[in-house]
Write a protein that binds this ligand. Structure first.
Ligand code: MF3
Ligand code: CO
Length: 469
């Protein structure tokens, strides 16, 4: 679970970050603290940051970006994080989006007057560190610390002038993040002018509501099943011509032609993901050998005997999307490759079996992980399954490993999920090639990928993209 908190000074981001961090059991990163830490540790990045701050200048976006990137690489943030104070503008958000996708971007909205009232009333005792507020937590004797009697001070960042300037910057630079995250379908607006517990309860209930928004009606699931059947049919035919000597561009041509014959459209063609600047140029992803996903079906790529081939294919039918993938070997597969393919499918089938109301989202990844555990295979972590239907990718994330934070999301009828284990014969680490799309194993080991779209039903589940074998 990744959450970004947005709001002016005084909106309660810090307080809510702590509460959410307890609720979801994931750490918080406060941008201001990260900068301070980096400077205190005297790292190269920290020194550079300090050189700007000492001159009273803003730390440039790319520098803040590098610092946060370094921080997020640490394992403790692998299961999710709550971010307070980053990103602060569109430039930061766009760069951030190339490697970090929030599940929620939550705005704690308060008026400028309220922000000024909240922040300028803050008082601090510089001797013992006690905090007061002229309105909300007044000291017994005005202007004096209750604990040590020292004269209370207004912190440098709490004077009316500073608060007003910051509000201006906020409206100009940070507010556009609303549109940015709205487009990604992860934005939540919260009225922040209420008590801490009211705001907190509202955040939790909006998050739950948000997950449910993606539930499809019975009619929509029906349409997705029709679309999925068409998708599977075309994919089966593609499988039939994916023989040694076949050009991937031929698969691409046929994919488009056959989908069209069945009244469906390709879902991936021109798809834009945060990870890449350019749209995906094909309808079918052909990923060979060490390529995990998003390989290109372009001319000059020719299948050959001994290739481990994965075809990943999506369709839009009557406005709704389905997504599936298969992996097979051209020729007689070596034993370990056979096993890799088998376990990829086994783990997928086992995971599908736990899809039913009463179970929760973490059960899927948990099942895949436990299924793979006894075999020496890597489970790709940086790519995950996903909700599907109104878009190719929609919340929630469906990782192929156990993510305990997802235990809070129940599986409920109408949720449609693309479950897609990606396993390797080596390490789980990945990298993206120069083309901006093809994802390969970092260690060059072979990888397999199988995917279906499945709907949660009242009784259990329904596979919307039938297996083809
Ligand atoms: N099944 C693929 C996935 O879930 C769909 C990729 S869309 C593409 O990642 F445009 F990136 F190919
Ligand atoms: Co997918």
């Amino acid at each position: 679970m990744n959450i970004i908190l947005i709001g002016t000074q005084g909106c309660g981001k810090g307080t809510q970050a702590i509460k959410l961090s307890e609720y979801f059991n994931i750490p918080t990163i406060t941008m201001g603290e990260v900068l301070r830490e980096e400077i205190e540790k005297g790292t190269a990045l920290g020194k550079l940051a300090a050189s700007y701050m000492n001159k009273g200048m803003l730390v440039p976006d790319d520098l803040v970006g590098s610092i946060i990137r370094k921080k997020l690489q640490r394992d403790e943030y692998g299961l999710g994080v709550i971010l307070d104070g980053y990103p602060r503008n569109i430039v930061q958000a766009e760069e951030f989006d190339t490697y970090f996708q929030p599940d929620y971007a939550i705005l704690l909205e308060i008026s400028d007057e309220e922000a000024i009232k909240r922040v300028t009333g803050r008082r601090v005792c510089l001797k013992c560190g006690e905090n007061f507020h002229t309105l909300y937590r007044p000291s017994k004797e005005p202007g004096r610390c209750d604990r040590c009697g020292t004269k209370l001070k207004v912190r440098e960042d709490s004077t009316p002038e500073v608060v007003k300037t910051r509000l201006e910057v906020y409206h100009l630079q940070t507010e556009p993040l609303i549109g940015f995250y709205e487009k990604k379908g992860v934005f939540i607006r919260i009225d922040g002018e209420r008590s801490i517990s009211e705001v907190y309860e509202d955040i939790i209930s909006k998050i739950k509501e948000h997950e449910l928004r993606h539930q499809k009606t019975k009619q929509e699931v029906e349409i997705m099943a029709q679309g999925g059947a068409r998708l599977a049919k075309v994919l089966a035919r593609l499988r039939g011509i994916a023989k040694p000597g076949a050009e991937t561009a031929e698969l691409e041509r046929r994919a488009q032609e056959w989908l069209k014959e069945l009244g469906a459209e390709p879902a991936f063609l021109n798809y834009r993901a945060g990870r890449s600047g350019s749209p995906y140029p094909c309808s079918v992803c052909v990923s060979l050998n060490q390529e995990i996903v998003h390989g290109l079906s372009v001319p000059s790529r020719v299948l050959k005997s001994g290739d481990l081939v994965s075809l990943d294919f999506g369709a839009k039918y009557k406005g709704l999307y389905t997504d599936m993938a298969i992996t097979f070997y051209l020729g007689r597969a070596p034993k370990e490759v056979k096993r890799l393919i088998k376990i990829t499918y086994d783990s997928l089938r086992r995971a599908i079996r736990v899809v039913r109301p009463g179970n929760n989202l973490s059960d899927i990844g948990k099942t895949i992980e436990s299924c793979v555990a006894k075999h020496k295979l890597g489970i790709v972590r940086d790519l995950v399954g996903h909700g599907v239907g109104y878009a190719v990718h929609e919340p929630p994330r469906v990782p192929n490993y156990d993510d305990p934070t997802l235990a809070k999301i129940p599986l409920e009828p109408g949720m449609c999920l693309a479950i897609e284990p990606m396993l390797t014969l080596g390490d789980f680490k990945i990298k993206t090639l120069e083309d901006g799309w093809t994802v390969v194993t970092k260690d060059g080991s072979l990888s397999a990928h199988a995917e279906v779209t499945v709907a949660v039903t009242e009784k259990g589940h329904r596979i919307l993209t039938p297996f083809i074998d």
